[in-house]
Design a protein. Structure first.
Length: 123
């Protein structure tokens, strides 16, 4: 009889443990764990209006061309640097303009080669 009671208690304990694990999993997956999210609320997001950018633009001193993405002062627009040079490659298009494209894991110059092939209709 004692063995039967112990087996029943053990089975109930195991069911409760499995159910608790399931609920903790779903709470974590679907944002039910509000305690952890509270730690990240100290940092404030940048506002969505453009006033900060406009202030930087208005304060920039440039007698030539002020690049809109980086606020760099260059002699001509196609000399503007890419805003994220670690992950972007600048490709000059030949008519005095340039674009910044994602390197996408390709080797150096590969993005420019693909753009040129696409411009010729070969890609």
């Amino acid at each position: 009889m004692l063995q039967s009671v112990l087996q029943t208690v053990w089975a109930i304990f195991m069911l409760v443990a499995v159910a608790q694990a399931q609920f903790n999993f779903f709470d974590h997956m679907f944002g039910g764990n509000q305690q952890q999210q509270g730690h990240h609320q100290g940092a404030q997001d940048v506002s969505s209006d453009s006033s900060r950018y406009q202030n930087s633009w208005n304060q920039a001193q440039c007698s030539k061309y002020l690049c809109p993405d980086t606020l760099a002062c260059v002699s001509v627009p196609h000399h503007c640097p890419c805003p994220h040079p670690d992950v972007e490659e600048k490709v000059e298009l030949g008519e005095g303009s340039a674009i910044c494209v994602s390197k996408g894991g390709f080797k150096a110059g590969e993005a420019a080669r693909k753009i040129e092939l696409a411009r010729k209709g070969l890609l």
